[in-house]
Ligand binder design. Structure first.
Ligand SMILES: C[S@@+](CC[C@H](N)C(=O)[O-])C[C@H]1O[C@@H](n2cnc3c(N)ncnc32)[C@H](O)[C@@H]1O
Length: 259
């Protein structure tokens, strides 16, 4: 996918930041973001997956005793990010963010500079060995202990053998670890999601929505936590404020599997 650090061309990490109410974006991002919001429920989808991610992090800390998080394709750490949720529940939680976008990485470095228990690694998440061997990953994550790997809104950007990439992360994880993902789908809203794919093409990006069957393949061999692979908006959403339109809700699957 395109990664650009200039202020002349829109950038997906900054668009996402804008959708989530962050301030790390330029005028060129805001113009496209506003245009997109008028046409598609993109901001609602961003909020839906952010809310899923929050529920998963809370569950990991509170119910499964997990204290280490590897957040792949993390974007700009806009408010409500993984380290904020996890460390507010237990300050001993360690978090490693991974993104290949220099803009997202620069912002994240600034935001995390005083946080010794969280770091950002600039890497292509598909280079699994580089991510796992990175000094910051090794400093903060002990893979012999339960770890949560988060793939939130990121697998549609992985066009080449996504199942293999997921499997390589899984292979590194100890028993009691968790792998959580969301995935854009055109199963329910084919036309709308097709238009969003076209929007990405206009930004020189390829995103691949996948069917429930495809996503099931990524989760093969994991013990899925209830309610299994469902629309992310419905995954243990009790008590969350409803807010997204039906179309936004229907665009993204979510699931959490345990090793
Ligand atoms: C849709 S945003 C998701 C952000 C975040 N996970 C969240 O839930 O808010 C996708 C992010 O993935 C990053 N990304 C895309 N392809 C990547 C790759 N191959 N390796 C690492 N990061 C990638 C982009 O730079 C962007 O920040």
């Amino acid at each position: 996918m395109t990664t650009n650090g200039d202020s002349e061309r829109p950038n997906v990490a900054r668009l996402f930041d804008y959708y989530l109410g962050g301030a790390h974006n330029f005028a060129v991002d805001r113009v496209l973001a506003e245009e997109s919001i008028r046409k598609y429920p993109v901001a609602e989808i961003a909020r839906t997956i952010r809310s899923f991610s929050r529920r998963v992090v809370r569950l990991c800390v509170e119910e499964y005793g997990i204290r280490q998080f590897l957040d792949l394709g993390s974007g700009i750490p806009t408010a409500g990010n993984v380290h904020e949720i996890a460390q507010s529940l237990d300050p001993s939680c360690n978090v490693v963010y991974v993104d290949n976008d220099p803009v997202a990485v620069a912002h994240a470095r600034t935001m995390l500079r005083d946080n010794l228990s969280a770091a950002i690694v600039q890497s292509d998440l598909c280079d699994v060995g580089a991510v796992l061997r990175h000094p910051e990953t090794r400093r903060l994550i002990d893979f012999t202990r339960p770890t949560a790997v988060l793939m939130i809104g990121i697998l549609p950007y992985v066009t080449d053998e996504p199942a293999g990439v997921v499997a390589r992360y899984r292979a590194a994880l100890a028993e009691g670890s968790v792998l959580a993902l969301t995935h854009l789908t055109r199963d329910v809203e084919p036309e709308l999601v097709g238009q969003m794919v076209d929007l990405a093409v206009g930004m020189d990006q390829t995103i691949v929505p996948r069917s429930k069957q495809d996503v099931e393949e990524f989760l093969c061999g994991l013990k899925l936590l209830e309610p299994g692979l469902v629309l992310a908006a419905h995954w243990r959403a009790d008590g969350e404020l409803p807010g997204a339109s039906a179309a936004a809700d229907a665009s993204t699957y979510g699931a959490v599997g345990m090793i």
